[in-house]
Design a protein around this ligand. Structure first.
Ligand code: GLN
Length: 286
């Protein structure tokens, strides 16, 4: 079977199964099996696949047909222009989270040696995107799941940031750093309420780690824990940046306003309120 024939057949299989971007997915899976990139697939269009390549390719296509996310099949997802290794223990970085990175880069002083924490770091995408763009910053990438931390460590190494980023296993409610030691804190914590489970896409529910998706207290438990930790560990006037569900912004702002000032929310490209932030009030202001 020729490369172009395999691509066309795979694209049809994925399209009939109702998977998004069937053509692109087929090409990327082919690129993976042929150990090349999308252009490489075009260049090899008239070549024949070996039996082994054909078998591996259609095995991946069938997994995608059943809903397994492309990022897990490829083992990689791009975020903020950087490649991140992902596996089934790690939430797949989402384009919406790039707004959080933009927001931090716009607010924080890039000329100062700031120290930050990324709570529930997953693949390390937020902290790594920040440190890659700001050579003076150092940070802690924290996650409760050791398998996920392996990915965060691998990604830190891949992007040559081991000297500035430490990956540590930590409960989001107990940060392994001194009081008032962080200039800012970012988190995209689990925030989906158990009762909203039915609204989550099957692909996400069936394949992504529930630990990274769901939180108690109608989805607010980890957001609240992050805010409490921020009160303890941020320097006075330090900032918190939180990603949350589109319908949670009002409550998150209320929670922040108890101890933070300059509280606000950013909308994503779809117009949804997805990232809220605030500045820790100094003791005299409280
Ligand atoms: N910080 C990672 C991300 O933004 C993982 C988040 C999580 O596991 N909830 O994708």
């Amino acid at each position: 079977m020729l490369v172009r024939e395999a691509e066309r057949l795979a694209s049809r299989i994925l399209s009939e199964a109702g998977r998004d971007s069937p053509g692109l997915s087929a090409r990327l899976l082919l690129a993976n099996v042929l150990e090349t990139d999308k252009t490489g697939v075009l260049l090899k269009a008239e070549q024949s696949l070996s039996e082994n390549q054909k078998e591996r390719f259609f095995h991946l296509v069938l997994r995608r047909k059943k809903g397994e996310p492309l990022a897990y099949l490829l083992g990689v997802r791009e975020f903020y222009g950087l490649d991140f290794q992902v596996n089934a223990a790690t939430l797949i970085p989402r384009p919406e989270s790039e707004h959080l990175v933009d927001c931090v880069l716009a607010h924080e002083d890039g000329q100062k040696p700031l120290f930050f924490a990324d709570l529930g770091c997953g693949s390390g995408n937020l902290g790594i995107a920040l440190a890659s763009n700001r050579p003076l910053w150092r940070g802690l990438l924290l996650d409760i799941c050791s398998e996920t931390l392996l990915q965060a460590r691998a990604n830190t190494k891949k992007h040559k940031l081991e000297e500035r980023l430490s990956c540590l296993r930590a409960d989001l409610a107990r940060l392994p750093c001194a009081e008032q030691s962080l200039h800012f804190l970012v988190a995209n914590p689990p925030y989906i309420a158990a009762e909203e489970r039915d609204l989550v896409m099957d692909e996400v529910l069936d394949f992504e780690p529930h630990l990274a998706l769901f939180a108690e207290d109608h989805g607010y438990a980890q957001l609240q824990a992050a805010i409490a930790q921020a009160c303890e560990h941020l320097v006075p006037n330090g900032h918190i940046y939180l990603e949350h569900g589109a319908n949670q912004a009002g409550r998150v702002r209320e929670l922040l306003q108890q101890n933070f000032t300059d509280v606000g929310t950013l909308r994503d490209l779809a117009g949804h309120e997805r990232v809220s932030f605030g500045r820790l009030q100094t003791a005299s202001m409280r």
